[in-house]
Ligand binder design. Structure first.
Ligand code: G4P
Length: 525
C-alpha cells in the first residue's frame, strides 16, 4: 500500500468496545449495529453465546462456547465510509482479565446503561479502565420503551457515580408506554417513536428549538415538559465540547431502545462522527508510534487457547498499532528477538473465522500460535525495534489455593502453572508463611479454564480450594513487618516477589489501616 492509501485506510477505522453490566442490552445493540453494517448473521449468533447455560463440569460445552466466543470476539463491518471493529467484552461468567485487557486495544468505548437500573457495578469497573486510558466514552441509555428513571437523574448519575460530565445529544419524549420520541438536540429535529414504521420519522425544529411543522405532539403536555427540560439543560447542563469528548472528560449521552431499534442509528451516525481513528501508541522508551507509519507494529492483548479440541489451537489476538499487515510477512517478537512468519492468520467476521490477507492499524487479527506469544508481547516488521508500554496489572478479587493432586507429578504441575501464569490466564501468589500457591482472578471462568488446561495440556490434575473474595492490597516492602499478618489477612507475594495482603473484606482492611496508619496500601487497577 502506498503511504497515501495507508493513511486513508487507517483514518477509516473505528475500533471500540461496548461496556455494560450484564442485561443492559449490549448484545441487542451489537446485533443492531451489525445489521446497519449489512452483516447478515445467522440468527442469534451473538445471542447463542449467552444462552449456553452450561454445567460447569461439561467441558465440551465450554469448548463450544469458547468457539463461539472467539468468532464474536471481534466483529467488523463497513458503514458510512468507515470500517468499524467492535471488540467484545464478555460479561457474566465469562468475565475475566481478558475483558479488562480488551479495553487496552480499543480507541473508544460505548457505555450502555439500562434506564431503569442506572449505573451498575460492572459498568463502573470497566469505565474506570477507560477513564484511566483517557479514551472517549459514548453513553447509550437503553430500554426507553420501558419505564425507567428520570432522564435528569440518569445524566446526573454519570457525574456523581463516575465523575464524568454528560452532554445530552438527545432527550426522551416520554418513556415506557408513553414513549413518543426523542428530542434530538444535536441534529435539531424530533425523532418519532413508532412500533411500526409509518410516515415520516423525523420532524424538523425551528431556530428556537420548537416544532417547525404542525403535529399532534404539539398539543401534548409531554411536549411542553420536554421543552422545559431542554431549557434547563441549556442553562444548567454541560456544554458540548469536542475536545473534552476526545479526552474522555465529557461523554455524549444518547437515549434509545435497542430492542425496538429506536435511536440506535442516530447514535451510530453521531458516534462515527466523533469517535477517533486509531490513535498513536507510546513505546516503553517514550517514542510515539503513529498509526499510519509504514512500519508494521502491534501488541498481543489476549490469548485464547483450545478453541478446537481436535487441533489444540491457540489464537493470539493482535491489535495492529501501525502500518499494514500482509499475510506471510516476517515480524520480530521483541521479547525474544525471534523472527516469525505470520502466515497463519485469521480475522473474525460475523459468525465465521476467515483467513485475513491484509489489515491495517486499528484492526485486530488473530494469529494461530504454537506457544510463541505471551500477553503484552510486541511484534514489529523491519529493523527498528518497537516495544509498547506494558499492559497494566489488574487487582484480582477471587482467590483459590491450588495443589497438584498427584504429588509425584510436581514437575508438570509447576511447568503448567508457570506457563499459564506467564500467558496471563491467571495470577499467581505464594503465601509467606506456608509457601502455598494461590491463584487470583477477576472472574470465576479463569479458574475453570486454568483447571481444564492444566489437565489437558500439562496432564496435571489440580485440586483447587476456594478462598472466596478478598481485597488485595500491595505494601511497600520497606514498610513490611511479617508480624502485621493476622487472622484477618493473608500475607503473600506476587510473581515479581512484591508483597501484598489479601484482606478478608473492607472491614479487615480498615482495621489494618487504623492499626498501622503510616503504612501505605495500594491496589493495581
Ligand atoms: P447484555 O448483552 O447486555 O447482557 O443484554 P442483552 O442484549 O442480551 O439484553 C438483555 C435483555 O434485555 C434481553 O431480554 C433483551 O431482549 C432485553 N433488551 C435489550 N434491549 C432492550 C430494550 O431496548 N428494551 C427492552 N424492553 N428490552 C431490551 P431477555 O428477556 O433477557 O432475553 P430474550 O429472551 O428476550 O432474548
Amino acid at each position: 500500500m502506498k503511504q497515501e492509501e495507508l493513511t486513508q485506510a487507517v483514518d477509516k477505522r473505528r475500533t471500540f468496545a461496548i461496556i455494560s453490566h450484564p442485561d443492559a442490552g449490549k448484545t441487542t445493540i451489537t446485533e443492531q449495529l451489525l445489521l446497519f453494517g449489512g452483516v447478515v448473521r445467522q440468527a442469534g449468533t451473538v445471542k447463542a453465546k449467552k444462552s449456553g447455560n452450561f454445567a460447569k463440569s461439561d467441558w465440551m460445552e465450554i469448548e463450544k462456547k469458547r468457539g463461539i466466543s472467539v468468532t464474536s470476539s471481534v466483529m467488523q463491518f463497513d458503514y458510512a465510509g468507515k470500517r468499524v471493529n467492535i471488540l467484545d467484552t464478555p460479561g457474566h461468567e465469562d468475565f475475566s482479565e481478558d475483558t479488562y485487557r480488551t479495553l487496552m486495544a480499543v480507541d473508544s468505548a460505548v457505555m450502555v446503561i439500562d434506564s431503569a437500573k442506572g449505573i451498575e457495578p460492572q459498568t463502573k469497573k470497566l469505565f474506570q479502565i477507560c477513564k484511566m486510558r483517557g479514551i472517549p466514552i459514548f453513553t447509550f441509555i437503553n430500554k426507553l420503551d420501558r419505564d425507567g428513571r428520570e432522564p435528569m437523574d440518569l445524566v446526573a448519575q454519570l457525574e456523581e457515580v463516575l465523575g464524568i460530565e454528560g452532554y445530552a445529544m438527545n432527550w426522551p419524549i416520554g418513556m415506557g408506554k408513553g414513549l413518543q420520541g426523542l428530542y434530538d438536540i444535536y441534529n435539531n429535529r424530533i425523532e418519532l417513536y413508532r412500533s411500526e414504521a409509518e410516515g415520516e420519522s423525523y420532524l424538523p425544529l425551528d431556530d428556537n428549538g420548537q416544532l417547525a411543522v404542525d403535529h399532534p405532539l404539539k398539543e401534548e403536555s409531554i411536549y411542553d415538559q420536554v421543552l422545559d427540560e431542554i431549557e434547563l439543560l441549556k442553562v444548567a447542563g454541560s456544554e458540548f465540547d469536542a475536545a473534552k469528548i476526545a479526552k474522555g472528560e465529557l461523554t455524549p449521552v444518547f437515549f434509545g431502545s435497542a430492542l425496538t431499534n429506536f435511536g440506535v442509528k442516530t447514535f451510530l451516525d453521531a458516534y462515527l462522527q466523533f469517535a477517533p481513528a486509531p490513535s498513536p501508541h507510546k513505546t516503553q522508551d517514550n517514542q510515539i508510534v503513529a498509526a499510519d507509519q509504514e512500519q508494521f507494529s502491534g501488541f498481543i492483548f489476549k490469548i485464547q487457547a483450545n478453541m478446537n479440541p481436535n487441533h489444540r489451537d491457540r489464537i493470539a489476538f493482535v491489535r495492529i498499532c501501525s502500518g499494514e499487515f500482509d499475510r506471510g510477512m516476517d515480524v520480530t517478537l521483541q521479547r525474544t528477538g525471534k523472527k516469525i512468519r505470520l502466515s497463519n492468520s485469521t480475522q473474525f467476521m460475523a459468525d465465521s473465522r476467515e483467513t485475513v490477507e491484509t489489515a491495517v492499524a486499528g484492526d485486530i487479527i488473530g494469529l494461530y500460535d504454537t506457544g510463541n506469544f505471551q500477553i503484552g508481547d510486541t511484534i514489529f516488521s523491519g529493523k527498528k525495534a518497537v516495544q509498547f508500554e506494558k499492559l497494566p496489572q489488574f487487582t484480582p478479587e477471587l482467590f483459590m489455593r491450588v495443589t497438584a493432586k498427584n504429588v509425584m507429578k510436581q514437575k508438570s504441575f509447576h511447568k503448567g502453572i508457570q506457563q499459564l501464569v506467564q500467558e496471563g490466564a491467571v495470577q499467581l501468589y505464594q503465601s509467606y508463611s506456608t509457601g502455598d500457591y494461590i491463584l487470583g482472578a477477576v472472574g470465576q471462568l479463569q479458574f475453570e479454564v486454568f483447571q481444564f488446561r492444566m489437565l489437558n495440556e500439562y496432564n496435571s490434575e489440580v485440586v483447587m480450594t476456594p478462598m472466596g473474595h478478598k481485597t488485595a492490597r500491595w505494601i511497600n516492602p520497606d514498610q513490611l513487618d511479617e508480624k502485621m499478618s493476622s487472622s484477618r489477612n493473608l500475607l503473600v507475594k506476587d510473581r515479581q516477589g512484591d508483597p501484598l495482603f489479601l484482606f478478608e473484606n473492607e472491614f479487615a482492611e480498615r482495621w489494618f489501616q487504623d492499626k498501622y496508619p503510616d503504612v501505605e496500601l495500594t491496589a493495581k487497577l
